[in-house]
Design a protein around this ligand. Structure first.
Ligand code: PGA
Length: 248
């Protein structure tokens, strides 16, 4: 049985005091022994949030990580820096990074490796655009994005990572993939991994992301290959985020 995981992605939202209040409210809704819940926080608030949630079950993540380990890379944040701020996770290849900031399959794979070098679990985000879905290339896009990482890191590296399948057309749009549409792609991802390593396929958590809300989470999480969710908008409200976590 795979451990489930519900991860919030705050993106570029909120102030320091709002972030702290949100983290405190989420942590207050958890009990000792809860597991599999994390928030990915803007870099500049990581240390504050770390202080607030230290000794609670809530884990911390960065929203990206540099593809270099240190040096003259203005504006970048290394995996070692994330580690120092208490991060367990780092998102890599979020579709907003790929589409607005030029993160390529290759740089996403490098970021994945950098995170693992520091003992941070990379959360590899993959998913097709609406145009790609409509032109029937969803699986080809998934193959390309996944294989870029497998070719660089090796299949066994995936055992210590998380995948988030996020159809780009469902992110922040209020359109969710149907449970079956999501399950179909999750199953495909797991099969592709199983073809290379059954052990890794059995272990890896594959999250669904894209307009997950308290009222649709339960049905999505009930799908056999969906191990949890990556939550954007609904993670900015403690009550909604906790309700999603409790839907697992
Ligand atoms: P959303 O975002 O839940 O607001 O659609 C998901 C994500 O981008 O990770």
């Amino acid at each position: 049985m795979r451990q489930s995981l519900v991860m919030g992605n705050w993106k570029m939202n909120g102030s320091r005091s709002e972030g702290l209040a949100l983290a405190n409210a989420i942590a207050a809704g958890l009990k000792d022994g809860d597991q599999g819940i994390a928030v990915c926080v803007p870099y500049v608030y990581l240390s504050d949030v770390q202080g607030a949630i230290e000794s609670t079950p809530l884990a911390l993540g960065g929203q990206n990580v540099a593809d270099q380990s240190s040096g003259a890379y203005t504006g970048e944040i290394s995996a070692a820096m994330l580690k120092e701020c208490g991060c367990t996770y780092a998102l890599v290849g979020h579709s907003e990074r790929r589409s607005y900031y030029g993160d390529t399959d290759e740089s996403v794979a490098t970021r994945f490796c950098q995170a693992q070098k520091e003992g941070i679990t990379p959360v590899l985000c993959i998913g097709e655009t609406l145009e790609e879905r409509e032109s029937d290339t969803t699986f080809a896009v998934i193959d390309r994005q996944l294989n870029a990482v497998i070719n660089m890191a090796g299949i066994d590296a995936l055992a210590d990572s998380v995948i988030a399948y996020e159809p780009v057309w469902a992110i922040g749009t209020g359109k969710t993939a149907s449970d079956e549409q999501a399950q179909e792609v999750h199953r495909y991802i797991r099969q592709q991994i199983a073809a290379k390593s059954q052990a890794v396929a059995d272990k890896i958590q594959i999250l669904y992301g894209g307009s997950v809300k308290p009222d649709n989470a339960k049905a999505i999480f009930a799908m056999p290959d969906i191990d949890g969710g990556l939550i954007g908008g609904a993670s900015l409200d403690a009550e909604s985020f906790l309700a999603i976590y409790q839907s697992i």
